[in-house]
Write a protein that binds this ligand. Structure first.
Ligand SMILES: C[S@@+](CC[C@H](N)C(=O)[O-])C[C@H]1O[C@@H](n2cnc3c(N)ncnc32)[C@H](O)[C@@H]1O
Length: 203
């Protein structure tokens, strides 16, 4: 992140906007279940709100300095914080009931890393779990705001195919000025080739 992003993401204004407007729109009343994974938590603008919505939150962040700040800000048993990479999540399969990534995907350096991250989110979600994300448009204002930072925009037109390739279903993409929200579900029951073969053998 550049200085402008560090400044803005650390403000109480961004935290208030996230709590009052952004998260209610992105989550749109969905139940998050018992254990939420927050990816790219940054200064924790969303973390406090997620802690109100779920009994357990695990917040992952790439920048070790931000993780230390997050630990100091929220000292509670319901929150686990750790340093890690969204493209190589340090969790076992099917660990979380839901996952949230606000303004994170465009910070991954390549499309390949983004696709690996989507695959990783799918892997660590339990069947029936939902991934929620908010991303910004590839317009001049966002390109200028990311000067000297990473900006690998995820076009909304590509989001559906990329989430499908990662294994997700029930994908929705909705727009607002400046950005868009995504929700995508890991199917509740997955029909592997072995399961299909077993089912046809008994039919
Ligand atoms: C624009 S900030 C958003 C932070 C927070 N979600 C918010 O809404 O305030 C993007 C965050 O993603 C983090 N990030 C970048 N690459 C990452 C990766 N590979 N894995 C996890 N987090 C990453 C950055 O360090 C940064 O804190």
């Amino acid at each position: 992140m550049n200085h402008l992003e560090h400044f803005f993401c650390s403000t109480s204004l961004w935290q208030r906007l996230t709590h009052r407007f952004l998260l209610p729109w992105v989550l749109s009343g969905a139940r998050l279940g018992d254990h939420v994974l927050e990816i790219g938590a940054g200064y924790g603008a969303a973390t406090g709100h997620l802690l109100k919505l779920a009994p357990r939150v695990t917040s992952l962040e790439y920048d070790a300095r931000l993780i230390r700040r997050l630990q100091a800000k929220h000292q509670c048993a319901a929150l686990t914080t750790l340093c890690g990479d969204a493209a190589a999540l340090p969790f076992s399969d099917q660990s979380f009931s839901s996952a949230v990534a606000i303004l994170v995907l465009h910070h991954l350096k390549t499309k390949g890393q983004q696709d690996r991250a989507l695959g990783e989110v799918h892997r660590v979600l339990r069947p029936g779990g939902t991934f929620f994300a908010f991303e910004i448009n590839n317009d001049w204002i966002h390109r200028v705001a990311h000067y000297g930072s990473t900006f690998t925009p995820v076009t909304p037109a590509s989001a559906f195919a990329r989430l499908t390739n990662a294994g997700f279903s029930k994908i929705s993409v909705d727009f607002r000025s400046g950005g868009y929200r995504v929700s995508a579900r890991r199917a509740a029951a997955e029909f592997t080739n072995e399961k299909l073969a077993a089912a046809s053998a008994t039919a």
